[in-house]
Design a protein around this ligand. Structure first.
Ligand code: NAP
Ligand code: ZN
Ligand code: ZN
Length: 347
């Protein structure tokens, strides 16, 4: 088993630092990928710092992976050496339960295997993510990547892209609907681009005034500064759909007031504190609050193809791996336009 270079968190408090790990030799169904770029998701930070609990150390984050196939097992049908390939947030599931059969592997009844901080089905232990030189993944969990788009800007589609695409599709967002995207970060900027491409009238809800110009450039028709009482008052009861991407604790009730009758607010942002929502805030106006987890493999491929067709990629800042800890600090301050991507050649 080859030893490869990686960057890992050894505990919740220490900065990420060089480490090495072993990847399995490809089994008959496996694809081995040299990682070229890996996006930096806020979930990487939540996990590295054990903000959700349950982190197994050493922890190698990274689930927005694009690279090139370097070997395939003998039963692999859809990939060959030299192909571009992507890996998102999951690398395995039971493949037999109802959800898996429906292409909803992220909701596998027997537990999906996360790309990092997951437990391998073969008992070989913890999974390690994309802050590393290479990865070996079962073919069914490897995505096809178009060669028409800049590869480094495609990487964030593997999590930020699918996490926003999936709820927009599930709740049939499109023409004639007023959609708000809350939080302009990695997920939020993809949410704006995708909702606009689907034909909705998009409003960006942000607590950062300097992001207004960018929001419009990304495709938002309107911008509301959440601290501006007048703008908020005008928007009360106006949205069909709110996509909440905020990573920090916040008051859900404040935003529920912006929904019209039958409106839906979908939480994809995952702060650690539980939400306090009085039933009355849902009863009046028959409102819903829902959640959504990334997306299944078929839908992830559909999203990648949709983005290739509509020329949609992430707005990125390319960084060297040695700058990952500084990138985490900047992400916490909302100082990222709009996704850090690690150039893995720097590892
Ligand atoms: P991010 O790039 O850090 O963006 C988060 C955005 O939230 C910020 O840019 C900021 O936007 C807003 N925000 C931050 N702190 C805030 C505060 N105190 N009050 C109000 N707004 C605040 O993070 P991300 O990578 O997009 O991830 C967002 C969240 O989604 C994380 O919790 C992550 O773990 C979660 N996530 C969930 C899934 C899923 O499957 N459901 C998948 C991936 C990630 P403004 O400056 O515009 O206000
Ligand atoms: Zn993610
Ligand atoms: Zn399953």
């Amino acid at each position: 088993m080859p030893e490869i270079k990686a960057f890992a968190a050894q505990d919740p408090k220490s900065p990420l630092a060089p480490w090495s790990l072993e990847r399995r030799d490809p089994k008959p169904d496996d694809v081995q990928i040299e990682i070229l770029y890996c996006g930096v998701c806020h979930s990487d930070l939540h996990t590295a710092r054990n903000e959700w609990g349950g982190t197994v150390y050493p922890c190698v984050p990274g689930h927005e992976i694009v690279g090139r196939v370097t070997a395939v097992g003998k039963d692999v049908k859809n990939f060959k050496v030299g192909d571009l390939a992507g890996v998102g947030c999951l690398v395995d599931s039971c493949r037999e339960c109802e959800n898996c059969k429906d292409g909803l592997e992220q909701y596998c009844s027997n537990g999906m295997v996360g790309t990092y901080n997951g437990q391998q089905k073969d008992g070989s232990g913890n999974t390690y993510g994309g802050y590393s030189k290479s990865i070996v993944v079962r073919e069914e969990f490897v995505l096809r990547i178009s060669d028409k788009l800049p590869l480094e800007a495609v990487a964030p589609l593997l999590c930020a892209g699918i996490t926003t695409y999936s709820p927009l599709r599930h709740w049939k967002v499109g023409k004639g609907q007023k959609v708000a995207v809350l939080g302009l970060g990695g997920l939020g900027h993809m949410g704006v681009k995708l909702a606009a491409a689907m034909g909705a009238e998009v409003t960006m809800l942000s607590h950062t005034p300097s992001k207004e110009k960018d929001a419009k450039r990304l495709g938002a028709h309107h911008f509301i500064l959440t601290s501006n009482e007048e703008q908020i008052k005008k928007a009360m009861g106006s949205f069909d759909f709110i996509l909440d991407t905020v990573s920090a604790d916040h008051d859900y009730n404040f935003y529920l007031g912006l929904l019209r009758t039958n409106g839906v607010m979908v939480c994809v942002g995952a702060p650690s504190a539980p939400a306090q929502v009085p039933a009355f805030n849902l009863i009046f106006g028959r409102k819903s609050i829902a959640g959504s987890l990334i997306g299944g493999i078929p839908e992830t491929q559909e999203m990648l193809d949709f983005c290739a067709e509509h020329n949609i990629v992430s707005d990125i800042e390319l960084i060297a791996i040695k700058d990952i800890n500084e990138a985490y600090e900047r992400m916490l301050k909302g100082d990222v336009r709009y996704r850090f991507v690690i150039d893995m050649a720097t590892l």
